[in-house]
Design a binder for this molecule. Structure first.
Ligand SMILES: [Zn+2]
Length: 169
């Protein structure tokens, strides 16, 4: 099997397995979005459950939706990354800039990336099953809390982590 560029930021030492799994499915375009179901013959509405303004597909759910953009803004500014990618086509070049290497910063960025994708997809599924919507700010806090917990549990540089990834209370 040919090596793919995204392998190293889906699977790495501190990766959270459930996040990596969803990320892997996303990169393989294997998540069942409404738009995909429509192409299979389902006729239910295919609008995004976050904004109800656009078709729900991979690019929209994770990057282009206004809700997702706000979540990214909440999370990613903590990593000092100010330009989250707009679609999956841009991921390769974006990851080479922001997710490459073994530094603590690159690890935090990888963790934040996977956690954001995971929580957006989980929240989308919650909404699909009729659960109450949560704010983009709360979702961003959940992402940061999970990443911070992972780092504190597994990383020896706790002071550095605390100073880099503050979760506001
Ligand atoms: Zn949307």
């Amino acid at each position: 099997m040919a090596e793919v560029n995204w392998y190293n930021f889906v699977w790495f030492a501190l990766a959270i397995p459930k996040h990596s799994f969803i990320l892997w499915l996303v990169f393989r375009d294997a998540l069942i979005t409404k738009e995909k179901m429509y192409t299979w013959g389902y006729t239910r509405p295919t609008l995004c459950l976050f904004c109800f303004a656009c078709q729900e597909n991979r690019d929209h759910i994770f990057f282009r939706c206004s809700f997702s953009r706000h979540v990214w803004r909440n999370v990613i500014v903590e990593c000092l990354i100010f330009d989250p990618p707009l679609d999956w086509e841009a991921i390769d070049s974006w990851s080479n800039v922001h997710l490459k290497g073994r530094s603590l910063h690159a690890t935090i960025c990888r963790l934040c990336f996977g956690a954001t994708i995971y929580h957006l997809w989980r929240h989308r599924n919650d909404l699909l099953h009729g659960n109450t919507p949560c704010s983009d700010e709360l979702l961003g806090q959940q992402v940061k809390w999970e990443v911070r917990s992972r780092l504190i549990a597994r990383c020896s540089a706790k002071k550095i982590v605390n100073s880099i990834l503050l979760v506001r209370k």
